[in-house]
Design a protein around this ligand. Structure first.
Ligand SMILES: NC(=O)C1=CN([C@@H]2O[C@H](COP(=O)(O)OP(=O)(O)OC[C@H]3O[C@@H](n4cnc5c(N)ncnc54)[C@H](O)[C@@H]3O)[C@@H](O)[C@H]2O)C=CC1
Ligand SMILES: O=C(O)C(=O)[C@H](O)COP(=O)(O)O
Length: 385
């Protein structure tokens, strides 16, 4: 059996080595020639999967080790009887760590001692948005949830959801929808000129869903004005050839790595391994946990944290600090040509340093208050008291 796989999928040999021969190819440039003899195709988000790639091939199973599926022509696969599986939720905790770290920096920028004074509008309340909401509720934030598909599906939860306008009026707005172009709830350019015009310089807009959910031409114009919101973008239109001018105008710019914790990536591989085994009628013998090493930073200690809010922010950013990724991306954007910048964007992602989730860090607390302990627990840290 031939398994053609994106070379950036971690632990290919460990999970798939005894199932078939593995041929690694670049996900970004994968061609129909690369896959024509394959039985199984394993991708990440940078490979467009549909008739152009697969027509005439032997592929019977496609797995994407990602949450998003906008790169896959699901209708065509179904029509051709090709089994498909994604990895829902695999890196949700990683994205939530990213958003919380951005929030902590924003609170400091606004000189807020207590970050939970901020209201947060979450647009798209699925695996990522739902997990974020849960953590923010536990931390005491005011949270507004916007998810029209769920609001329509769950009429009993009448007061649970707000409209997009109400979510966009919060201090912080975080986008977590899939990219869709042909549904009643289309998200392509959902945040455009009109929505941006309603925001102001006291607000923060975060996008770690898909770049095309925001109209970046409208965003560029808005950011040239005096009353624009602060913006943190992890995802961009036209990746990897992103607009360097937009990078220079946003507050935090990262190269689509919000979901790049080691846990998130390995769980992505594990989920498509399980689905492939089920399709092939094979037993599943391997688990992500077998392959996750002890984190290099496994413990931080606080004894009687005088400034409890600062303690939470310190621990959070000991795990993940988006400013490092921001600095790397800004540096990559100094390359003179579009091609070189695109390559640099992809290199930052391919050579991404090992990053562990907050849940991998043990926080040791001595003589600290119950409310501080609750905050650490809400974020997902393990506690030693
Ligand atoms: N930056 C990164 O590294 C990552 C980005 N993502 C992106 O985040 C997206 C969301 O991930 P999950 O929460 O796991 O997906 P999910 O499918 O669990 O949840 C998405 C939610 O968005 C809602 N939704 C759909 N259309 C909407 C609209 N027009 N307005 C408001 N809500 C709408 C859905 O009803 C659903 O509840 C993924 O599709 C992917 O594109 C996911 C992982 C990592
Ligand atoms: O899971 C998703 O959806 C994501 O956006 C991934 O984090 C994207 O990672 P790559 O597939 O682009 O490596």
């Amino acid at each position: 059996m031939l398994i053609v796989a994106d070379e950036n999928i971690p632990l290919l040999d460990a999970f798939f080595g005894d199932i078939g021969e593995i041929r690694r190819v670049s996900g970004r440039t994968m061609s129909s020639d690369d896959v024509k003899d394959a039985d199984v195709l394993l991708v990440r988000s940078v490979t467009r999967v549909g008739s152009d790639l697969l027509e005439g091939s032997r592929v019977r199973f496609v797995g994407t080790a990602t949450i998003g599926t906008d790169h896959v022509d699901l209708g065509w696969l179904e029509e051709k009887g090709i089994r498909f599986s994604a990895a829902p939720g695999c890196n949700a905790n990683s994205v939530v760590d990213y958003v919380l770290a951005v929030l902590s920096l924003y609170a400091e920028r606004r000189a807020l001692d207590d970050w939970s004074q901020l209201s947060v509008g979450i647009v798209g309340v699925g695996n990522v948005g739902g997990e974020l909401a849960e953590k923010l509720f536990r931390l005491g934030f005011t949270v507004k949830l916007c998810d029209p598909p769920r609001a329509d599906r769950e009429p009993e939860s009448e007061n649970k959801f707000v409209g997009l306008d109400e979510a966009l009026a919060c201090d912080v707005v975080s986008l977590h929808t899939p990219l869709t172009r042909d549904s009643a709830y289309q998200t392509y350019h959902m945040v455009g000129e009109q929505q941006l015009a309603g925001m102001n310089s006291e607000q923060l807009l975060i996008n770690s869903g898909r770049g095309e959910v925001i109209d970046s031409a409208a965003l560029g114009k808005c950011l040239a004005g005096a009353n624009a919101p602060l913006v943190a973008l992890d995802v961009w239109e036209q990746e990897p050839r992103i607009n360097p001018d937009l990078v220079s105008k946003v507050w935090l710019a990262t190269p689509h790595i919000a979901g790049y914790s080691l846990e998130g990536k390995v769980q992505g591989t594990e989920m498509i391994y399980q689905a492939a085994c089920q399709f092939l009628g094979l037993p599943t013998r391997k688990k992500a946990g077998q392959f996750l090493p002890e984190p290099a930073l496994s413990k931080v200690s606080f004894t009687s944290a005088a400034d409890e809010h600062a303690a939470v922010r310190i621990a959070l950013r000991a795990c993940y600090d988006p400013r490092q990724d921001d600095a790397r991306l800004r540096n990559a954007m100094k390359k003179p040509s579009v091609d070189d910048r695109g390559k640099a964007f992809d290199s930052l992602r391919r050579d991404y340093p090992v990053r562990r989730e907050c849940s991998s860090l043990k926080v040791q607390l001595k003589g600290t208050s119950k409310s501080l302990q609750d905050s650490f627990r809400a974020i997902g840290f393990k506690l030693k008291i």
